[in-house]
Write a protein that binds this ligand. Structure first.
Ligand code: 0RA
Length: 656
């Protein structure tokens, strides 16, 4: 064995150990491998490298393809990963990047680290959790190629042809011994995220092609307008309060190098607040110091303007009030940022707070000076928000006191469970008294409580300015008292107020919505979710809310009876029951309402914790959920109509 091969071999072993760590603990490097987050993180990791090539000015376009066999490729037209022999490792630099954990940092090459150490774990971590990966590089007129299996190169980098262009293509197939449950790439999630990437990189074109269905699905993103265009798009279904998106740019030199900030913001008539924060093009979903700086500056400058123009009589406006209806993007470029975790969900570099705060306060002040009428609109809206919040607080107190007066506060309609240990208790919110009756009889009364709710509960989305009405509503009061954890989403930055919703006080760890399997049932379920989202959001975001899945059919042959939860399952069971005799005419009962089932059937099919299936309500994206509730449950009819027309063709199971 000559020296060269020996080195190569020794190197491989070390590399293998590095990547073995990722395979053993993928969660530490990439997020949860079971719920789709690590799976999709792999894509962002690979795409980020190509985005870097764009930032360095070498590629205008990135192509992402979802292939039929479950693999995915990312291609750019940049310089191509360097292939020369790496001094330290004695193997091709490209191979080092692909197989060495954090190899990105090893290249102390300023042209590579354009946007400043912005990467997560690097492409090698993705390689580690891939059944196979292939790298193709076009560079210096030559096509280079290398294949890996579970992160291990099958052979050294090879020349496989000639070319006239340049660029890099990485294809990988996730290893399904590592990823479970959610193992398919989700087009919508990829599309949303990469759209965001192209907004943040004005001029970069990203083309996503889903080849998995016979009919290809292609989505192209290319925005010259950058952040301002992003805000315009977020507010596209809303009435804006000023036509022009406010844009703010600033830069400050720090010990670590220059920090630049870019912001775009616009107020609309919405009730929610939408703020997206980024550091070096990476989304920080829990905000951080840039968010703190922005919020501080907003509260200060709106109050300042209100006082100057004598628009304010009483107390200062709170941050929550000022931000009602705001859509904003804040994007920071930092040479050496710190985050609270590997996944970069929150920026913690403390110097950023005052940089953002100073720049925004100054520029927003100028904007209000130049546009006093817009300033007044924003102050007036904040004043309305503040009044609504005050009225809601009073109504909430009243509800609480009334509960106490009526002795312990548990509503009469609640059939409570015996256990007092919330971790094992669950409450069914049931549509209608008759289903409620069956559920009461059929339940496990030790741990299952039943709360029957009458008919359609109030659509709280249409009462955003009239919260008093929400708190006075009977069914809603009943729910608040049964759950026992208060009501009202706590503000993120202000300390929680007495009586605001607090999951640690929940009397049940599972809140299960159980409605009929028909259109009305779906509507009632949506109304309940709307209420929970707007007034008890932590119950949803902390995973306490579930949707019961009652069967759609009972199928019987003689004394054998089976349940089907979908049309497909129904057909399968019919076939199975018929066996060899296609003429057996199987009894099919379609359940329209929970009330059609007797207590035993309800227990057996829907409520028995040992055998039931339930859907857990989760939140991928709080901002998108806000928009969906606004569109689907809010006041604006044309928006809803447009949404329904656009999505009507996706409906597969409609039973009127
Ligand atoms: C290191 C150095 C250079 C380019 C790259 C890496 C590079 C990496 C990736 C990953 C995906 N696409 C990429 N394109 C380029 C600079 C090489 C030079 O100076 O020519």
């Amino acid at each position: 064995m000559n020296k060269m091969t020996e080195d190569y071999g020794a190197e491989s072993i070390q590399v293998l150990e590095g990547l073995e760590a990722v395979r053993k603990r993928p969660g530490m490097y990439l997020g949860d491998p079971h719920d789709g987050s690590a799976l999709h993180h792999c894509i962002w990791e690979v795409v980020d490298n190509s985005v870097d090539e764009h930032l360095a000015g070498h590629t205008a376009s990135i192509e992402v393809n979802l292939h039929k066999d479950g693999s995915l490729s990312v291609r750019d037209f940049g310089r191509g990963i360097p292939v020369g022999i790496h001094e330290e490792y004695g193997i091709s630099a490209a191979e080092v990047i692909m197989t060495k954990l954090h190899a990105g940092g090893k290249f102390d090459n300023s042209s590579y680290k354009v946007s400043g150490g912005l990467h997560g774990v690097g492409v090698s971590a993705v390689n580690a959790v891939s059944e196979w990966m292939e790298m193709t590089i076009h560079r210096d007129g030559v096509i280079y190629h290398q294949r890996y299996e579970a992160g291990v190169p099958v052979k050294p980098v090879e020349k496989i042809g000639k070319c006239t262009d340049t660029g890099t293509k990485i294809t990988f197939k996730p290893d399904l011994t590592i990823f479970t449950h959610i193992t398919d790439f989700e087009f919508d999630q990829i599309d949303t995220r990469l759209k965001e990437t192209s907004f943040l990189n004005a001029g970069l074109e990203i083309i996503i092609t889903d080849e998995r269905d016979d009919e290809k699905n292609v989505s192209t993103h290319h925005y010259e307008g950058g952040l301002a265009e992003f805000v315009t798009q977020i507010n596209s279904n809303r009435e804006v309060m000023h036509q022009e998106v406010i844009q703010i740019n600033g830069e400050k030199d720090t010990e670590k190098g220059p920090v630049t900030i870019e912001l775009a913001l616009q107020w609309s008539d919405a009730f929610s607040e939408t703020i997206f924060c980024y550091t070096n093009i990476i989304r920080n979903k829990d905000g951080g110091t840039h968010m703190t700086g922005l919020r501080g500056a907003l509260t200060k400058s709106v109050n300042n303007h209100a006082k100057k123009r004598k628009l304010l009589k009483g107390n200062s406006l709170s941050g929550d009030d000022v931000r009602e209806g705001l859509s904003a993007i804040v994007s920071v470029k930092h040479p050496d940022p710190s985050f609270s975790s590997q996944t970069k969900d929150k920026l913690v570099s403390s110097e950023v707070t005052s940089i953002v705060e100073t720049v925004v306060y100054e520029k927003l002040g100028e904007f209000f000076e130049e546009n006093p009428s817009v300033g007044k609109l924003i102050v007036d809206k904040a004043l309305l928000a503040s009044k609504a919040r005050e009225a809601a607080r009073k109504a909430r107190d009243l509800t609480r006191r009334k509960g106490v007066l009526e002795g312990g506060g548990l509503p009469g309609k609640l059939a409570d469970c015996q256990s007092r240990d919330p971790s094992e208790c669950e409450v069914y919110l049931v549509e209608g008294d008759s289903a409620g009756g069956s559920a009461k009889t059929g339940r496990d009364r030790r741990i299952q409580a039943i709360l029957p709710l009458r008919g359609k509960i109030l659509n709280v989305e249409r009462q955003r300015r009239n919260l008093v009405k929400v708190f006075q509503n009977n069914e809603i009061q009943t729910m608040i008292r049964a759950l026992g954890a208060g009501v009202g989403n706590p503000s993120e930055e202000e300390s929680p107020e007495e009586g605001e919703f607090d999951t640690s006080k929940l009397r049940y760890s599972k809140i299960i919505i159980m409605t009929d399997a028909d259109i009305d049932g779906a509507h009632i379920r949506t109304l309940m979710l709307t209420f929970l989202w707007r007034f008890m959001r932590p119950a949803i975001s902390e995973g306490h809310v579930y949707i019961a899945q009652p069967p759609l059919y009972q199928l019987s042959k003689g004394r054998v009876s089976k349940y089907a939860y979908s049309d497909e399952e129904r057909d399968d069971i019919i076939e199975q029951l018929r066996g060899d005799n296609p003429n057996t005419k199987i009894g099919v009962q379609r359940y329209k309402g929970l009330g059609e089932m007797n207590p035993e059937q309800l227990w057996e099919t829907t409520m028995n914790p040992e055998t039931r299936t339930m859907l857990k309500v989760t939140v991928q994206d709080a901002e998108e959920s806000d928009r969906m509730f606004e569109i689907l449950m809010g006041e604006d009819v044309p928006d809803r109509r447009a949404f329904i027309e656009k999505h009507a063709k996706e409906v597969t199971n409609l039973d009127i």
